[in-house]
Design a binder for this molecule. Structure first.
Ligand code: SF4
Ligand code: ZN
Ligand code: ZN
Length: 329
């Protein structure tokens, strides 16, 4: 990112940023307008949202999901969809406490309804304890639990789309990593959306698919969007992803627009990559999506508690969301 004392290419005010792949300088107002328009085009290009959709945004407390919520709210009347947000409180000490407060602030500022689901409340133990008892690494347990709970909240609340905050740099680093490790089955999951599966899974969308990481950072800074400062104690930097992002950014610097061109071609070619095959059947315990008749959440909780907890969590969710049928606004 270059920040120079130059004039905005559109209005002549002082510029805050230069966008190399457009060869344009933007002032604060025009950069914000540019980014909102970029997301609008992405939504249209990949048909991510339809009129009357109910879009549930997964908020982590970080900048990407916060920027996603802000931009989607600005586009909600244009596309005629409703919006709500969800946060999974993992119960990981100060980090989770801070994240919880930040997402409350983010949604309050925008007037968007928020539902918080606390792992501690539904299981009686936090994420760290769950992963220790399940003898699984915290981040893989966390991914499993979050996927299950987000899908459950989306299904229970009647959402038609679940919006995630992955940006262009994330997608490129994941796809290059899949290629380098030859784990090609993972690549088919890296598109801008997944389809819904009736009663089992709500389709996921990635409206920031073509938004560069520096653009979300700048957007959050210019609009003073509150974001979580502390880091999860389980966080371990993935060296390969960091290196790949660096290499990709070096190439982008030499060839501005390379990321956009890659992602668009990648979406066109996505069907060429092998899909994760397997049956899709409801879990016999909780009725949620599974490939073996027992979902991963029921399997892990059965290991830890001696019985699968999916149906109990479903009951909890029904109660939690019962009086919130109209919480999409
Ligand atoms: Fe979850 Fe790992 Fe991220 Fe912590 S670092 S929030 S455990 S995925
Ligand atoms: Zn301007
Ligand atoms: Zn289950």
């Amino acid at each position: 990112m270059r920040e120079l004392r130059r004039k905005c290419s559109l209005c002549g005010k002082e510029a805050v940023v230069y966008i190399p792949y457009q060869r344009r300088y933007y002032c604060k107002e025009h950069f914000i307008e540019f980014l909102v328009n970029k997301v609008r085009s992405t939504i249209k290009r990949y048909k991510l949202i339809r009129s009357r959709d109910k879009v549930l945004v997964a908020l982590s407390g970080g900048k990407d999901s916060a920027v996603l919520l802000d931009i989607l709210l600005k586009l909600s009347s244009y596309f005629n969809f409703k919006l709500a947000a969800v946060h999974i409180d993992l119960g990981i000490g100060n980090f989770s406490d801070e994240s919880r407060e930040i997402v409350k602030e983010q949604t309050k500022r925008l007037g968007v309804n928020l539902v918080i689901v606390a792992v501690n409340e539904i299981l009686g133990i936090d994420l760290t304890e769950l992963s220790r008892k399940a003898r699984r690494p915290p981040c893989s347990t966390c991914g499993l639990v979050k996927r299950y709970l987000l899908n459950l909240v989306a299904l229970t609340s009647g959402a038609s789309k679940l919006a995630l905050g992955h940006n262009a740099d994330d997608i490129m680093a994941y796809s290059f990593k899949s290629f380098l490790t030859q784990d090609l089955r993972y690549i088919s999951k890296l598109g801008a959306f997944t389809e819904s599966i009736e009663r089992l899974a709500v389709g996921r969308i990635r409206p920031l698919y073509e938004v560069y990481e520096f653009e979300t950072k700048l957007y959050a800074r210019l609009l003073d969007i509150p974001v979580v400062k502390s880091r999860c104690p389980h966080f371990r930097p993935n060296q390969m992803e960091i290196e790949l992002k660096k290499i990709i950014n070096d190439i982008e610097q030499e060839r501005p627009g390379m990321k956009l061109s890659f992602l668009r071609k990648f979406m066109r070619n996505l069907k060429e990559y092998p899909e994760i095959k397997g049956r899709i059947v409801p879990c016999k315990y909780c009725g949620m999506i599974s490939s073996t008749g027992e979902c991963s959440f029921c399997r892990i909780t059965r290991k830890v508690f001696g019985k699968p907890m999916g149906s109990k969590v479903k009951e909890y969710m029904n109660k939690l969301l019962k009086d919130k049928i109209l919480w999409y606004s």
